[in-house]
Write a protein of this length. Structure first.
Length: 464
């Protein structure tokens, strides 16, 4: 009798697994072509395979060749439509909350926390996002902000004096960290609380790029704990600032005075600005140094632009909004870094209802993954897409569009995009005017879920 019951239980379990996996296929829909792969894990392992960031990677290349730029698959535990098509990507991004909704996988939500702007939806998203838009408005191209940005870039570059070799990825983190700490919390990175946050943040980042299992001791589990400690430190910091209002940073004042946001959301906002604003910018700087290091002619042209700007002002005079507007070639270099770097390869959405698009159906509840990077590397949009060629942007609109969307689009377009561009431009100014650099041992930007230089991008410096 026990055996019969056991058999029935096993058979039911098997039926449930098979149904969950294959039921979507049985529905009478014009689904895009594609394969569901293995039961449960689907094609997730192949999809997550690492590849150089300026290539599409074997998985997507193979699937696009077999099924076209839109195909079905089974990823992150759900039936999925993968889109490498600029039109569909645009359509998905611009129909947030109407037809599609942001839907990051469980491990990403665990690590970012429930109050992250990236994962919240609906009204809460609108409120948190509007805080980011006020942060951006508080900077703009205002003289004070630009002067402090200039000072931060200058001091990081100057700190390399006397060094032959540096690990660039580590150095690249210092500049955006300094900027975001000063901008949001009004803290110098040397203050004990800022140092403590940085230590925890480093543990956190190791977890973000690790395999997501919450067994104690794994990088992922340690990262979740580190995020909690950062959050507690931020909370204590907020309390301290409330007690000593005279010391408050301007933007922190705005945040604390906001009546719509809960205390938890305010802490979430501070964490987001640190996490979203810090790592992405430092990766962009590393990508630029990597591609420029391989292109001496581009560096020469860049240097000429910055020499002209500097020649019109004193040696120590800070850069201004006018100077920034003159950095036209620099902007092309940055756009090309964003295109080849693919810092955010894809975004996660789910379909809220059955959607018919160009003849195929995306069923309600399915995951939809617009792959921003695949469009950046599509030869029908960008000639010789794997080559770093800033001149391709000459005369073109470099703001986000259908075939160039490094910052996403629509209601969730990255609010930090302008901040990043100014940071990168000022950093390049001080870098090319002070150093030549060489990469002895090539350390390629690899795209896992996240761009990583395995060896930390060691470079040899030669002062000018
Ligand atoms: C090179 C640097 C950066 C890149 C490539 C980047 C890219 C992106 C992308 C693609 C998204 C859209 C995610 C989605 O649609 O699901 C996004 C969202 C976001 N980014 Fe950035 N980002 C960068 C820098 C920054 C900076 C400097 C900040 C903050 C100061 C920031 C804050 C955010 C926030 C808060 C969101 C969520 C927006 C929302 O859901 O409404 N990012 N970013």
């Amino acid at each position: 009798m026990v055996y019969v019951l056991l058999l029935v239980a096993l058979a039911s379990l098997a039926a449930a697994v098979v149904l969950r996996h294959f039921l979507p296929l049985l529905r009478n829909h014009d689904l895009p072509k594609g394969s569901f792969g293995w039961p449960l894990i689907g094609e997730t392992i192949g999809f997550l395979g690492a590849h150089p960031s300026n290539t599409t990677g074997g998985f997507l290349q193979d699937h696009i060749a077999r099924y076209g730029t839109v195909f079905k698959s089974h990823l992150f535990g759900a039936p999925t439509v993968v889109s490498c098509d600029e039109e569909l990507n645009h359509f998905v991004l611009h129909n947030e909350e109407r037809l599609f909704q942001c839907n990051y996988p469980g491990p990403i939500r665990t690590i970012l926390g429930d109050s992250s702007t990236l994962v919240v939806t609906g009204e809460r998203h609108r409120q948190l996002r509007s805080m980011f838009l006020s942060l951006v408005a508080s900077t703009g191209l205002k003289a004070n902000y630009l002067a402090s940005l200039d000072e931060s870039a200058r001091s990081v570059v100057a700190s390399w004096r006397g060094l032959d070799t540096i690990s660039f990825c580590e150095e690249a983190r210092k500049f955006p960290y300094k900027v975001i700490m000063e901008l949001v919390l009004g803290l110098s990175p040397d203050e004990p609380v800022a140092r403590r946050i940085l230590q925890e943040y480093q543990i956190f980042m190791k977890g973000v790029i690790s395999f997501p299992i919450t067994i104690p001791g794994t990088p992922f589990a340690r990262a979740v704990k580190a995020r909690k400690r950062i959050s507690e430190t931020m909370e204590r910091f907020i309390e301290e600032r409330k007690r000593n209002p005279s010391k408050q940073a301007v933007f922190l004042d705005v945040l604390l005075a906001n009546k719509e946001l809960s205390h938890e959301d305010k802490v979430g906002f501070l964490l987001d600005s640190l996490l979203a604003g810090h790592e992405t910018t430092s990766v962009l700087l590393s990508i630029l140094v990597y591609f420029l290091g391989k292109s001496p002619n581009i560096v020469e042209q860049l240097k000429k632009e910055h020499e002209t700007i500097r020649s019109s002002k004193g040696k120590d005079e800070p850069l201004t909004a006018d100077d920034y507007r003159k950095m036209e070639y620099t902007q092309r270099v940055i756009s090309e870094g964003l295109r080849c770097g693919n810092i955010v390869k894809l975004v996660h959405r789910k379909a809220l209802k059955d959607i018919t698009y160009k003849g195929y159906v995306i069923p309600a509840g399915w995951k939809v993954l617009p792959i921003l990077g695949a469009v950046h590397l599509d030869p029908s949009h960008h000639v010789e897409p794997e080559q770093f060629q800033p001149c391709r942007w000459e005369g073109l609109n470099q703001s986000a569009g259908k075939s160039f969307a490094p910052f996403g689009g629509g209601a969730r377009l990255c609010p930090g995009s302008e901040i990043v561009k100014v940071e990168a431009a000022f950093f390049l100014h001080h870098l090319v005017l002070n150093y030549r650099w060489r990469m002895d041992d090539e350390d390629v930007p690899m795209l896992h879920q996240y761009v990583e230089f395995k060896k930390g991008l060691p470079i040899q410096l030669e002062p000018l």
